[in-house]
Design a protein around this ligand. Structure first.
Ligand SMILES: NC(=O)C1=CN([C@@H]2O[C@H](COP(=O)(O)OP(=O)(O)OC[C@H]3O[C@@H](n4cnc5c(N)ncnc54)[C@H](OP(=O)(O)O)[C@@H]3O)[C@@H](O)[C@H]2O)C=CC1
Ligand SMILES: O=C1OC[C@@H](O)[C@H](O)[C@H]1O
Length: 396
């Protein structure tokens, strides 16, 4: 058997999700049956200080030889890095990704990919020019659970998809958690709001089942009708609900309806109610657990078949996800978060010379950004010019 190839990562920003991602990344891939890849972290950078980068590397148990940088500029110049993982607030993704692309680096960039579709298009153009990987880190797409759901649809098991309903809401108390308005969840300067942070998962479920599963030639952007409730009259949305209609020829099953909803103050479905339902003419698939990190599926067919499956994440891991004092999901102690699947895919893409993610390519990322632009247009949800701009460099 050929020995595994090692992919060398550079971590840009040292916040909450960088820690989770890096700890998952360093779990031995053999624990999930992956034998051709190994991951190592060779550097991390913090915009606040080199000391912060050093303590991040220690916290994540990275190799002692990993370099700590006190600026993102130094990180992207490091010739030892194969892929840069970007985990700054969404407001900063465009500037940070452009910085890394200009340096010729492959990139895995957190969601929401950018603030708007124009920024996403510019990054794609730059990735093409530099001939490097540019991948949006929507981890959920790469879970075996998601692969199973898409394959079940593509194998015609539930018939043509006719309707998808998806809810990703978390009942945080903004008056307690975000009282000073500075937190990235509500701060317009950081691209705050439910849509870009949480709603992207509702749209992910809709797109990966109603759009991605169609033949590429049949895929058409949806019509969109949005209701947006602002957070205390600010520029950030607290609750957003969207009706989507995906046009599809009658011969392929006709139009597909979808409802995406999200909120950072209201509860989502509890464990007995599926946050995602994909309905076809012959049955439906229900997805249970939190929409970003689901854990169970239930296939219910019109002929009476019921098939339930559990999708535990391989470990080792820490067992739950807390965010601002709120438990977003709990899972069995010892399970990993599941962020390694997207890391494996980014590594495979680099080794195979691919420039896009296998289950979420540039065209689909841009289409989803265009849908979010339209939702924001209808809801009058505007961010400051400095984070909407495609000017590079712009000081943030
Ligand atoms: N896939 C997933 O499940 C998740 C994805 N995310 C995404 O990851 C990104 C980061 O989220 P998260 O880690 O929770 O955020 P945090 O606020 O915890 O961390 C963001 C980091 O970005 C850096 N940063 C640079 N400039 C700024 C600035 N002006 N304000 C604040 N931070 C700055 C800082 O790191 P430093 O000081 O080191 O430069 C900071 O620690 C977001 O886009 C979010 O959507 C978040 C949570 C879960
Ligand atoms: O991506 C995310 O998923 C999980 C949530 O906890 C977090 O707010 C969000 O950024």
């Amino acid at each position: 058997m050929a020995s595994p190839k090692t992919i060398r990562w550079g971590i840009l920003a040292t916040g909450a999700i960088s820690v989770t991602f890096t700890k998952d990344l360093l779990v031995d891939p053999i624990t999930r049956g992956v034998s051709n890849i190994k991951h190592t972290v060779v550097a991390a950078a913090s915009s606040s200080s080199k000391i912060r980068a050093e303590s991040f590397l220690r916290e994540c148990d990275c190799d002692a030889s990993a370099a700590a940088y006190g600026s993102y500029e130094e990180l992207v110049r490091d010739p030892n890095i194969d892929i840069v993982y970007i985990a700054t607030p969404h407001s900063h993704h465009y500037q940070n990704a452009m910085l890394a692309l200009e340096a010729g680096k492959n990139i895995l960039c957190e969601k929401a990919f950018t603030i708007n579709a124009e920024q996403a298009k510019k990054l794609v153009a730059k990735a093409k020019e530099k001939n490097v990987l540019l991948m949006e880190a929507v981890w959920t797409r790469y879970f075996p659970l998601s692969v199973y759901v898409r394959e079940t649809i593509q194998n015609g098991v539930i018939g043509p998809v006719s309707r998808v309903i998806a809810d990703n809401s978390v009942p945080m108390d903004p008056t307690v958690n975000f009282a000073d308005g500075k937190h990235r969840m509500v701060n317009p300067d950081l691209g705050g709001g439910a849509l870009l942070d949480l709603g992207i998962y509702s749209l992910t479920w809709i797109f990966q089942t109603a759009y991605h599963t169609q033949e590429p030639g049949l895929r058409q952007p949806p019509e969109v009708l949005a209701a947006v409730k602002k957070y205390r009259g600010s520029a950030a949305d607290e609750t957003t609900t969207v009706l989507l209609n995906f046009p599809r020829p009658e011969s392929a099953g006709g139009d597909i309806h979808a409802i995406a909803t999200t909120s950072f103050s209201l509860a989502g479905p509890d464990s007995s109610i599926p946050p995602v339902r994909i309905q076809g003419t012959k049955g439906e698939i229900q997805v249970f657990g939190a929409a970003p990190r689901p854990s169970h599926t239930k296939l219910i067919l019109a002929d009476g078949t019921i098939e339930e499956k559990a999708w535990p994440q391989p470990g080792p891991g820490k067992g739950s996800n807390w965010f601002n004092g709120y438990l977003h999901w709990a899972h069995a102690e010892g399970e990993g978060q599941g962020m390694f699947w997207e890391a494996d895919e980014a590594a495979s893409a680099v080794l195979e010379g691919r420039k896009e993610g296998k289950y979420l390519g540039w065209e689909e990322t841009i289409t989803i950004m265009e849908v979010m632009d339209e939702i924001r247009r209808q809801g009058d949800l505007k961010y400051p010019d400095k984070i909407e701009t495609t000017e590079y460099p712009t000081a943030l």
